[in-house]
Design a protein around this ligand. Structure first.
Ligand code: 5RP
Length: 235
């Protein structure tokens, strides 16, 4: 089954398993996206049922608004300092727990929060598990100033890595560039398959105008993959 209801059941299973990892008194990073949204719903249920005392940092305005509306305590990351645990979704997860993130244009804050945490746990449905990263277009957050020059540099970097001609697409909605929470643009790189993600990540990070790419390499500690029957598998 791969219809939307089976995906919803899978997300719920993964979210519930992740909620079980949360301990009273934790400082917790909250991810962004539809799976993270289910996690925040389930987390709030447990916090209220058990009277838990948590302090949360959010990876987006959307998640912060959701969490606060459910009565969770959301503070600035810098007021919390180091976090115990971050729970977030992903667009792709490979067998080594390397990820592509940023489908929701939040990967910059997501990476800052995840790397300020003792542990990052990804929650996802089976459709996100891949043998090789790259089918999902790699999001790259860029500064709007001179973004077309930045795109040329990205295309050159791709060519140097044998990926010439791969489309680099400005993400738009209603004919306008999508803006991140930091007011930047997103370029989506149609890689198809990337076998040396580390080299591409390094090349992208070296380009002026690139703020952050959506590769999460050696950041995730555990992936909880939900199934429609309510069970989960861990990677
Ligand atoms: C947002 C993200 C999300 O975690 C990712 O896009 C997965 O979202 P969803 O759970 O809706 O599939 O990286 O920037």
């Amino acid at each position: 089954m791969t219809d939307s209801s089976s995906v919803d059941l899978s997300k719920d299973a993964a979210a519930r398993a992740a909620v079980a990892l949360v301990e009273n008194g934790m400082k917790l990073g909250l991810g962004t996206g539809s799976t993270a949204k289910v996690f925040v719903d389930r987390l709030a249920e447990r916090v209220h049922a058990e009277g838990m005392d948590l302090r949360c940092a959010s990876t987006s305005k959307a998640t912060a608004d959701q969490a606060r509306s459910l009565g969770l305590v959301v503070e600035e990351l810098d007021d919390l300092g180091w976090l115990d645990l971050t729970i977030d979704g992903a667009d792709e997860v490979d067998p080594d727990l390397n990820l592509i993130k940023g489908g929701g244009a939040a990967h910059l804050r997501e990476k800052i929060v995840a790397t300020a945490s003792d542990r990052m746990v990804v929650i996802a449905d089976q459709g996100k598990v891949v043998d090789c990263l790259g089918k999902f277009k790699l999001p790259v957050e860029v500064i709007p100033f001179g973004w077309q020059s930045t795109r040329v540099h990205i295309e050159r970097a791709l060519a140097e890595l044998g990926l010439e001609g791969r489309p680099v697409i400005l993400r738009e909605r209603d004919g306008q560039p999508v803006r991140t929470d930091e007011n930047n643009f997103i370029l989506d790189l149609a890689l198809e398959e990337i076998h040396d993600a580390k080299s591409l990540a390094n090349a992208l990070s070296a380009i002026a105008g690139v703020v952050e790419h959506g590769f999460f390499l050696n950041i995730c500690n555990l992936a909880i993959i939900g199934r429609p029957d309510g069970s989960v598998v861990e990677l």
